[in-house]
Write a protein that binds this ligand. Sequence first.
Ligand code: GTP
Ligand code: SPV
Ligand code: MN
Length: 619
Amino acid sequence: MSLTLNDIKHPKISTWVNEMIAMCEPDNVVVVDGSQEEYDALMQKCVKAGLATPLKKKENCFLFRSLPSDVARVESRTFISSVKEEDAGPTNHWIDPVELKQTMRELYKGCMHGRTMYVIPFCMGPLGSAISKNGIEVTDSEYVVLNMDIMTRAGKKVLDIFNADPNADFVPCLHSVGKPLRKCESDNGIWPCADVEYKYISQFPEEHLIWSYGSGYGGNALLGKKCFALRIATVLARDEGWLAEHMLILKLTNPKGEVKYVTGAFPSACGKTNLAMLIPTIPGWKVETIGDDIAWMKFGADGRLYAINPEAGFFGVAPGTSAKSNKNALISAEKNTIYTNCALTEDGDVWWEGIDYAATGKLVDWKGKTRDAMPNDKAKKGEEMAHPNARFTAPAYQCPCIAKEWEDPAGVPISAILFGGRRPSTIPLVHQSLSWNHGVFLGSIVGSEITAASTIDASQVGKIRRDPFAILPFCGYNMGDYFKHWIEVGKASSEDKLPKIFYVNWFRKDANNAELPGGFMWPGYGDNSRVLAWIFDRCNGDDSNVVETAIGYMPKTLNTDGLEECYKKTLPEILKVDVEGWKKELADVKENHYPKFGAHLPKELSEIIDMIQDRLNKA
Ligand code: GTP
Ligand code: SPV
Ligand code: MN
């Protein structure tokens, strides 16, 4: 039943695909139909090639192992190739598009020898939504096809949309693992990719075009995700007056049954999936999931922002995921799931650090080495059984707390936007902005410890870097202009209709307090519901539990019923304004962060910083 090139009736797509075939010279071409039979056959091809291991313990689940040089996004090899360097801005890597295309064409020439080219018609967002957008990914990786099947709406149903309308827009996405095979050569069980210096993850913002070469992993290769839904979509959003964001979307229901929708931008591996699937520790409250990584938000006729999740699955961080921390994620990934770079147990299950039970006997680690399981998961950095950025790819519909409206083409109206990151000091547990522009300021100064999701260089992990709006590696244009766009969005509606903006920090540390697991002053996870409850009430205009401080609105206290004693002791400290810390923070923003943006920095943000500095001086 599989589709061929003749099934594509959209002239521009046919022309583009034929050009890619002429350049990449694949042995075969298949148009992906998105059926279960096709998925199963491709998976069997991977198993036969030694690239995938079926998991005896989990229905229709498979484990892949990548190479150590291909375990995460490679930001140093990611390019925003706009015509003018200034349009890429100070935070992106830039190469002139003519030059970059010339370099990459050389690499792409014949790069699919010995391989099949898969043409994947896919839709980001619910089919038929006015907010959704379509793309075509051409790839020589079966792993990519399988992941795209889970992460996007892919196949015939999207091809039908293109075939019905020869003018239907699409974002062309070219991907190759960059490992052509000689005659009779095969991958021989080794994850195909190119050496780091030949990897290129390139976005051409003016053409809405993506070219990716040399990596098969995650956001480098599943081009609907970070490349399209963020780097290209931020450009589309700027031009069309909406927001494309690195944000989870959750549905929050209070004990009275009232509902509010919340989005949250935290940098990679800083808790979006966990918050989106949280099980509240306070009675009567409920969290359901709309999305765990990306939100597209557009104004409705009523002046409110409506969000959709452009994705159809979760590409979630495995380590740290346990029945205690995120049971809903584990259940989502019980069947029909692809695991990458996890450890394999003797009885055919996956294991990772932080799964919260000891493995017994032998484990095959993510590098394929058989080792004795350790009694606990205290592996030294670099010697983990599962790679710190090991992932599961699971269909969203399998999530036990998926909201019934998660595929509503109209999206859900957003009441609150959260920003956050891993900040061991200074930033309190929660504070609310005094205005929209103050909220934009908070987004612009987001900082976090570097995690394994954003680097293949383990020595960088733990250092703090600014990651404005958690979108630093995903913004398709000048970040200063992106700040300006957020200010403009605020002008397009009124404060009462715009979402309220909050800054949260689950990661305050006190290294000297031996009582605290991991040194964290807040338990996080399900207990974050205590913070969400305050945010919910603030969105209802509840002024009964609030103090106006120098840095914004803060709770006097939170619901602490059932909170562990040690955290009752740390709570007052993390609900305080650290005046001296904030003075240093703002000085750092003024001296080291904002100057990068030069004339692109909106004056509104400089005004906010002066205002907060003034308030701190009086505090
Ligand atoms: P990406 O998929 O890379 O964008 O990551 P994410 O933002 O979805 O992060 P995720 O929810 O997967 O969490 C990553 C890591 O942070 C996991 O190891 C979690 O266990 C840990 N984590 C999540 N929430 C909390 C929290 O509230 N407190 C603490 N201490 N750790 C957390
Ligand atoms: C992230 O790094 O923010 C991810 C994983 O969500 S990836 O899809 O690889 O970008
Ligand atoms: Mn992410």
